[in-house]
Write a protein that binds this ligand. Sequence first.
Ligand code: UDP
Length: 370
Amino acid sequence: MHAVSHRSSVATVLSVIGARPEIIQATPVSEALRKHCREILVHTGQHYDEKMSGAQIAATKLPEPDVNLGVGSSSPEEQVRVGTERMIELINERRPDVILVRGDTSATLAGALAAERTGVPLVHVEAGLRSHRHDMPEEYNRVETDKRSDLLLAPVPGAVKNLQAERVHGEIFMTGDPLCDILEGLRDQVLPAGGDDYLLATVHRNYNTDDKDRLQGVLDCLARSPWTVRWPLHPRTAAAIDKFGLALPENVEVLEPVTYTQMLSLERGAQAIATDSGGVQREAYLWGVPCITLREETEWTDTVDQGWNTLVGVDDAKFQAALDAPRPDSRPAIFGDGHASERIAEHTIALARKVNTAGPTDLPNEDWVA
Ligand code: UDP
């Protein structure tokens, strides 16, 4: 009797997105993967409204996801629980060779747990970043995902060091940052937003929005800007300002969340950027716009070491000092050479092919036909 598997001979990568930063950063990796293997693009549905998801998919030219798991906007724990359950069903149905997750969201952890439960090898893009802050759900998601990963693809050398120090079991490679690939690809096309001088702001971290005094501190910082503050408001932040009944400073111009192409243009034209976003800190650096981070710590420490990013928490005197500081003279390429996505695809496909050739006996839950 011969065992026959349903698995296709083409290596298949099930790649997971769920929230805005994952959607944005998926495009170049997806393009690189699809040249050499089959990609099943799965959206957990964590971000589902048009401005956070649909318009971003269109703006970044990401292929439409093959599957949407419809997880929605429940608590992070519920998003992970439901996302994991639905992903397991999908994995058992589609039988990918590897699962690729990115970043640090509920979708990332759901993908990692589903990989563990089905025995499918796991690839983590943007592995090894640490804030060392344990009240951040993102930190928990990253650490738990890295522990379960077979292939850890780190964007910067510091992330490699973190993973080595933690003695993770998977194989570690430095690839560079796909966000850098995107910006380098668009550098000649993105025009700086026009109009009067402005500071661009984004705020959405839970510890900045969930506490009234802390959020008031953010507003006090923004009030220091000598320019208009253009602020595309994240839905979580809009709800918190409303709930706490806070008044916006007079210099603030509120915008709806903008598409990625509009955001790049706003970043490029800004005098300075105030943010608590990981993606925006890197983009500010890549454009050469000074960044003031409304946090006490960052995962992207190289931007601080190079003098382009200042951590001020919500201290408005420190914010003012950062506004007044001169720009550094140099800006080395800390996020790679613009080819991270190709490296990510190469490592992922090599693992997928190894699994695919090894055959189904390597995986539990295989559906054997005798
Ligand atoms: N972004 C966007 N529109 C906005 C605000 C942000 O396209 O109105 C982009 C931003 O350029 C960056 C990404 O969203 O690439 C960052 O996502 P977010 O701040 O939600 O998450 P984080 O990077 O903190 O994980």
